[in-house]
Ligand binder design. Structure first.
Ligand code: HEM
Length: 161
């Protein structure tokens, strides 16, 4: 049951980070200060939410049996999760250290970090979903289908594809 915490929490991180990053970038490029501030707040919330998400990820990892063919994906997922946290923490601490006011070239550097962060959110979520829906990590899909004698679409009994 412990491993269910992670899938329950990831959606907050993904939603805050994607919405926050998109609003902030749109606000910067269209020079809309209110939208930029709104995005900045969501991005801080999303970055903070990574702590419980990552802790729950490790609880999940340590409480399930990972099929051998999914170990590579899990390692990649974990590395991408840490890279995501590093990029976002760097961007948020940098901005805070500068008192929230970044100059011309600094704004470009900040925007590059946010774009990289958005790409990493998509990548970590994609690999996470692949683990669960392609390899059945954290589910009993494989075992239960075979045990219940379910048939695939061709009518063959046994293991579903
Ligand atoms: C860095 C440490 C992390 C570890 C060790 C980890 C571990 C796992 C594990 C074991 C699963 C399989 C589902 C389960 O049993 O709970 C999973 C799924 C998933 N993870 Fe992570 N994770 C980490 C970070 C993240 C982060 C930072 C995000 C997103 C911001 C994320 C997004 C996802 C998603 C979207 C799934 C698929 C959930 C589903 O659709 O059911 N993970 N992760």
């Amino acid at each position: 049951m412990l491993h269910l915490l992670h899938p329950a929490l990831v959606h907050f991180s993904v939603a805050f980070l994607i919405a926050g990053g998109a609003c902030q970038l749109w606000g910067v490029f269209r020079r809309r200060a209110a939208l930029e501030r709104f995005g900045a707040t969501l991005l801080v919330a999303g970055t903070a939410s990574l702590l419980p998400t990552i802790v729950a990820g490790f609880l999940a990892k340590n409480s399930i049996v990972v099929p051998p063919d999914a170990i590579g994906d899990l390692e990649l997922h974990e590395r991408l999760g840490f890279a995501l946290a590093a990029v976002l923490l760097l961007s948020q601490f940098w901005k805070a250290w500068r008192g929230g006011r970044l100059g011309g070239s600094e704004r470009t550097g900040y925007a590059v970090l946010v774009v990289l962060g958005l790409a990493l959110v998509v990548a970590v979520a994609f690999v996470g979903a692949e683990m669960v829906y392609e390899h059945g990590v954290g589910t009993d899909a494989r075992g239960s289908a075979a045990e219940k004698g379910l048939e695939d679409v061709a009518g063959d009994p046994g293991v579903l594809p």
